[in-house]
Each structure stands twice: as C-alpha cells, then as structure tokens.
Design a protein. Structure first.
Length: 399
C-alpha cells in the first residue's frame, strides 16, 4: 500500500466515526482542502450545514481542512471579490518555529520540541491575558483557542472586531508584537520647565508595561537582565526611591547618559519578554484560510483540537490531540528527530525498520520521514535518486 492511501484510510475512518463541530455560521464560510502534496489543493467550497460538512469529510477525508476566518454572502463564488465579504473573525497564529528559539536551528523547521512548544503556549497565554483581556477588554469566554495540529496555537475572536478591515487588523498584530515602539512616542520634552516626562506604570498599553518592567527590575535587582549597562544599573540601585520616581513618570530621577540607547535596549527586551509573536500575515489578511479546529492535521495526524480557554495552561499537546490507536505498524524510518507522543519518546531514528504504535507511525509518515516497511526499498531508491539529482545540480560528478 502507498503511504498516501494508508493515511487517507485512517483519516476516513476517523471522520466517518466522529462528528466534527463546524465553525460558527458555517454557511458563510469558504473551505479549502489539501492532500499529500499540497496543504491547499482546492478552495471555494461551501457547506449549508454542519451535517453536510460532516458527510463530505466522511466521504473524502481531506488531509488538510481549512476554512475562511471571513464570513461571505457567497462563499463558493469566485474570484474572491464576488464572494461579498461581510465580516471576519480576528485570528492569531502563533508558530513555534517563528519565535526565534535556538532549538529551531537544531531540529529545523519541520520539527518541534518541548522547548519551542512551551514558548508557543507562553505566547498564546500572554496574548489572551495581557492583550485581549487586559488591553482590549475581550471577555475570556469570547476567546476560542485551538492547537494548530502541528507547531503552535490559533486564537480566534468571533465578536467585536468583526468589521475591522485589513490595516486595522495589522495595527492590532503590530501592537501585540510590539512593532514600531519608538523613543519619541514614550518621552515628552517640556521645553519651558526643561524637563522630560516619561511614561508611568498607570499608563495603558506598552507605556505602562515598559515602565512596570523597569520598576520591577529596580525592585528585584535584576536590571542587568534588561541589557542595561553596569554603570547605569548602579545609579538606579543607589537611589532609594528610584522605583517610585520612575513609576510616577519622573525618569530624570536617575541621570541616564545615553537615553536613546538605554531605551532601545529596554524595547528589545520588552519585546522578547512581553511580545506575543503572532504571524502578522494571518491576522492581516481577511481572505486567509486557516486550519479548521477539530480537524486532523495532514502533517502530523494530530487533531487541531479546540481547547477551553481556561485549560490552555495545562494542555498537553503531546497526548490530548492523539486520535489514532496503539496497534503496532512496521515502518522504515529514513531520518527523524525525537518526537514525544503520549509520554513516550520516539527517535531519533535513521535508516531503521521498527514497529511503532499507529499514532507514531502516522506522525512520522505524515512528516514524510517514514514509509511502510514493505516500501523500504522504494524509499531508499527514491532518496538515492534525489541525492543524485542534488549532486548533479551542485556540479559534482556522479559515478
Ligand atoms: Zn524546539
């Protein structure tokens, strides 16, 4: 059996025995589907009801199911202008590979590890608590979260931002990512009194967050972690009321030699520690198709599972979204990074034939790192021919 048929058979079994909850107002959504070679092979589909959608999934079992964050009057119409955009959910995508983690260099972008996935969760929690709830006053019960099925989390708000168009959404993404914070915006020079007024802890948005971070650094004696020069750090520590003065906006209480440099260090640090690192393109583009919650991801065989917002902190992505069985399957693994699933570490493997539980076999086959054992010779021959081709392109002589 070919690997694609093996996977499709399993997805079909899942969709024909499980009812999948449709996105809200399903009849206004555009759907797109992907297969073995592409995440979106066809789009412009629509369903009149959840029932119709489930019948389609059971019949066709696409490997990737995406839907529009937008609501359209005519979701199946094409080109896109004819769909008649009505409104759109506000969507954020947090991808473990885009967080600048050192582990990503090591395991490359196709894989994840606990470290970058923990960081992705931390960013998702921060987006919800520090930005959506605190800064935008979105009640927690209006926030929907799902595991992306592969490398991160998606956060959807289907209320209150519905009619905001692309650039308004871009501003929201820029805000949560701390893009474009600049010195001039934070400090005001009063020429008459020859004083500089800075932000206070009680200020909203980044002004308050930045001031709080500095005040905490003074109180906890951790200013060095903010990239502040030792000499300046000592000035802050030697003044007993420095934290109170800064908290109230008196940034001149401590003389800072190079204020611009000092500030740019602070901004870099606050971005790293308090930014949400969302993919701006996903939030901005209101015609984007995004993974449907509770569908299986064709690159992992894991469910892009809905997570009750209050459960996110303790959500275990290595166990909860596993939908396939423990039955053993013999596979040949060309090369894989270690994968943790259901509390067990699989790999790293290289050039190995072994029995794996169905869910781990599906994961590695979907990642294109493994094939069914019976296809080992074909896989080795294919790898050799790819290498030959690469050598040719690099101008090496092939014997
Ligand atoms: Zn990692």
């Amino acid at each position: 059996m070919e690997e694609e048929a093996f996977i499709v058979e399993r997805f079909k079994r899942y969709y024909s025995t499980h009812w999948t909850k449709a996105p809200k107002q399903v009849h206004t959504r555009e759907f797109g589907f992907g297969g073995w070679s592409k995440k979106i092979e066809s789009r412009h589909y629509s369903f009149s009801s959840e029932k119709e959608m489930n019948a389609f999934l059971g019949r066709n079992a696409p490997l990737f199911i995406s839907y529009s964050e937008a609501h359209y009057a005519y979701p199946a119409a094409r080109p896109i202008e004819k769909k008649n955009w009505l409104s759109g959910d506000l969507v954020f995508d947090i991808d473990a590979n885009e967080l600048g983690m050192p582990c990503t260099e090591k395991h490359k972008k196709e894989w994840v590890c606990e470290m970058c996935m923990d960081r992705a969760k931390e960013c998702a929690l921060r987006l919800i608590d520090d930005f959506l709830v605190k800064d935008f006053n979105v009640p927690k019960e209006e926030i929907e979260v799902n595991f992306s099925g592969n490398r991160g989390y998606h956060i959807h708000v289907s209320t209150r931002f519905q009619t905001i168009k692309g650039y308004g959404r871009k501003e929201i993404a820029d805000y949560v990512n701390a893009n474009g914070l600049d010195y001039d915006h934070f400090f005001r020079q009063d020429l008459i009194h020859k004083r500089i007024f800075g932000p206070k802890v009680t200020d909203g948005g980044w002004k308050g967050k930045l001031t709080q971070m500095l005040v905490d650094g003074i109180k906890n004696r951790t200013l060095e972690r903010l990239g502040i020069a030792k000499k300046t750090v000592e000035k802050f520590y030697s003044r007993i009321d420095a934290a109170d003065q800064i908290a109230n906006g008196n940034w001149e209480a401590v003389y800072i030699t190079d204020r611009k440099k000092f500030f740019s260090n602070l901004v870099e640090n606050i971005k790293r520690q308090h930014g949400a690192f969302v993919d701006e393109g996903v939030t901005f583009d209101t015609s984007k198709l995004i993974r449907m919650p509770d569908s299986i991801h064709g690159e992992t065989g894991l469910l892009a599972q809905r997570i009750p917002v209050n459960d996110l902190e303790r959500y275990d992505w290595t166990t909860r979204p596993v939908v396939f069985s423990d039955s053993p399957f013999r596979v040949y693994v060309k090369k894989s990074q270690p994968v943790i699933l259901k509390g067990q570490i699989f790999g790293p493997y290289e050039d190995q034939t072994l029995d794996l539980p169905e869910y781990a076999a599906v994961y590695l086959i979907c990642k294109k790192a493994a094939v069914l054992a019976e296809n080992k010779d074909r896989a080795i021959a294919a790898t050799k021919s790819v290498q030959k081709e690469e050598n040719k392109q690099e101008g090496h002589s092939v014997i």
